[in-house]
Design a protein around this ligand. Structure first.
Ligand code: CDP
Ligand code: CDP
Length: 207
């Protein structure tokens, strides 16, 4: 069984993806980490994430990068959003994600284009959203808990800028697949969001 979970930043797709993976005993891939790894690899080489050649060169990042603490930083988020708009970067990361999705037994993947590009054949698809204000509060709480000093309005601004870029790009834009169920987590606790996600998946796999 392949489960695709897409949605904008801090909508809860990672939390839901992990919970679904645990519930069904499937492996889980947070595909944002791959774009974040390319983003920080560009920054470390003194490159510019907007520059096509710099971004493509960074696609051969080492797997150790995925465990780098900086991968969760807001700088990595911005760099990831910039590198991910290059068609050749998306192409370089495609096979790795498809192979993960198509492993025997299946998998859960979360990202922006899982249900549309990586695994259009997925057995279940969710598009997770929440209002920008709530998403900014969630990301702010996460960063604050990690001891990162940020201002809530900067986090909101970053989230809105990333939403616009991710939804507006020409290749694999952030968009709800026609056969995905919408799950709005604005007013949901994590527990309720996960329970609703499981019922939506159940309904899709057993029509
Ligand atoms: O956790 P959060 O939603 O903040 O970000 P993420 O999922 O780690 O993704 C970081 C950036 O990578 C996004 O803003 C997208 O631009 C890009 N991304 C993408 O283009 N396609 C994916 N499947 C996953 C992430
Ligand atoms: O993966 P994505 O960036 O979409 O979001 P996430 O990492 O799953 O969730 C972002 C933050 O919001 C985490 O700290 C979650 O614990 C929290 N969250 C929440 O407060 N309520 C929800 N219904 C879902 C997530």
């Amino acid at each position: 069984m392949i489960i695709a979970v897409d949605g904008p930043a801090a909508s809860g797709k990672g939390t839901i993806g992990r919970a679904l993976a645990e519930h069904y005993g499937l492996p889980h891939l947070d595909t944002g980490l791959l774009y974040r790894a390319v983003g920080i690899a560009v920054l470390r080489h003194g490159g510019n994430p907007e520059n096509h050649a710099d971004a493509v060169k960074a696609c051969d990042f080492s797997t150790a990068m995925l465990d780098d603490p900086e991968i969760r930083s807001e700088a990595a988020s911005r760099a990831a959003s910039a590198v991910s708009a290059h068609k050749d970067v998306r192409a370089a990361l495609l096979e790795r994600q498809r192979a993960f999705a198509r492993q025997p037994g299946g998998a859960v993947l979360d990202g922006r284009d899982i249900g549309t590009v990586i695994a259009p054949e997925a057995d279940a698809k969710l598009f997770v959203t929440a209002s920008p204000a709530v998403r900014a509060e969630r990301r702010f709480a996460e960063l604050t808990k990690r001891g990162v000093h940020v201002m809530l309005d900067h986090v909101l601004h970053d989230i809105e800028a990333r939403d616009a870029r991710d939804s507006g790009r020409s290749v694999a834009p952030l968009i709800q697949a026609p056969d995905a169920d919408l799950l709005d987590t604005t007013n949901l606790t994590i527990g309720d969001a996960v329970r609703q996600a499981i019922s939506l998946v159940e309904a899709q796999v057993k029509p």
